[in-house]
Design a protein around this ligand. Structure first.
Ligand code: AMP
Length: 249
C-alpha cells in the first residue's frame, strides 16, 4: 500500500503570532515556520504502517513557497521515502489545495491519503473532506486509531460523546487527531540521509486549477489583552470581590 501524506508549512506552534499593522493578516516575515503538528502525526502513522509491513512507500507532498521544501525534508528525515513540492507564492485555500491533491492522487495512485484534521494557521478543517468528496473515496476523519484490514480500515474517531469506530473501504482518506500517536524526532543520521532523498518540484499553476482565493479577509485583530489578576488574602475577601466587583454571585 502506497501512502500519500500532504504536509503544510505553518507558523511554529510556539511562536506568539503578531497581527500585521494594517490588519490584513498575520506577520510571516522572520517568523519561525514548521510542519503543521497534525501532519507530523500523519507521517508518524504512515511510518508505523510501513514498519509493520502494511505500507510499502510514503510520499510527502506540500503546496507552498520554495521554503516548504524544508518541511518536506523534515518528513523525509522522519522516515518518508520521497517528496513532491508544488510551488506557489500565493495564499491558497483548502478548495484549491484539495483540487491539486486530487491531481497528485490520480498521478501517484496511493491507496491511502493521511492528512491532518486541520492546519493550525487557518483552522479550516476542510481539505481532507473536500478531497474525499472529489475523489469519491471513503473518509475517516479525526482518527485516534487506525487498524488495517483486508481492503478496509477500522478508524476510531474522536466525537463529542466519546469514541466511534467506523469501517471504511480502501482507497480512503484519513484525517488525524492529536491522540493518534506521538511523532518521533528525526535522528541526526536520518536528517543527513534525508538530504539525499528525492524531491520532485512542480508548479501549482501547471495543474490547471483556479488558485484565486474565494474568501476576502475583512480584518485580523489580536485577542483582547487580559486584565492582570489580583491575589486575595482570604475566602471572605474572594467572596466579596465576586459579589461586589464581578457581580457573579
Ligand atoms: P485545513 O483544511 O487547511 O485545515 O488543512 C487540513 C490538512 O490538509 C492539513 O493538515 C494538511 O494535511 C493538508 N493541507 C492543507 N494545506 C496544505 C498545503 N498547502 N500543502 C499540503 N497539504 C496541505
Amino acid at each position: 500500500m502506497k501512502i500519500l501524506v500532504p504536509v503544510k508549512r505553518v507558523i511554529d506552534f510556539n511562536v506568539k503570532v503578531r497581527v500585521k499593522s494594517d490588519g490584513s493578516g498575520v506577520e510571516l516575515a522572520n517568523v519561525k515556520m514548521s510542519m503543521n503538528p497534525f501532519d507530523e502525526i500523519s507521517i508518524e502513522e504512515a511510518i508505523r504502517l510501513k514498519e509493520s509491513g502494511k505500507a510499502t512507500e510514503i510520499v510527502v507532498v506540500s503546496i507552498g513557497p520554495q521554503q516548504a521544501q524544508e518541511t518536506l525534508r523534515t518528513g523525509l528525515a522522519m522516515g518518508a521515502d520521497r517528496g513532491i513540492l508544488i510551488k506557489t507564492d500565493q495564499t491558497i485555500e483548502p478548495l484549491a489545495v484539495a483540487k491539486i491533491l486530487k491531481a497528485v492522487v490520480e498521478e501517484e495512485k496511493p491507496e491511502l491519503v493521511i492528512l491532518g484534521k486541520q492546519a493550525i494557521d487557518d483552522d479550516c478543517n476542510q481539505t481532507g473532506q473536500m478531497l474525499s468528496a472529489m475523489l469519491g473515496w471513503s473518509q475517516g476523519t479525526f482518527a485516534s486509531n487506525i487498524d488495517v484490514g483486508e481492503g478496509t480500515l477500522d478508524v476510531t474517531r474522536e466525537v463529542d460523546g466519546g469514541l466511534e469506530t467506523v469501517q471504511i473501504k480502501l482507497p480512503a482518506i484519513v484525517t488525524t487527531d492529536l491522540r493518534l500517536n506521538e511523532p518521533r524526532y528525526a535522528s541526526l543520521p536520518n536528517i543527513m540521509k534525508a538530504k539525499r532523498k528525492p524531491i520532485d518540484v512542480k508548479l501549482a499553476e501547471d495543474f490547471g486549477v483556479d488558485l484565486t482565493p474565494r474568501l476576502t479577509v475583512l480584518g485580523t485583530v489580536e485577542p483582547p489583552v487580559r486584565k492582570a489578576g489580583v491575589i486575595v488574602n482570604s475566602v471572605k475577601e474572594l467572596v466579596s470581590k465576586l459579589r461586589d466587583e464581578a457581580g457573579v454571585l
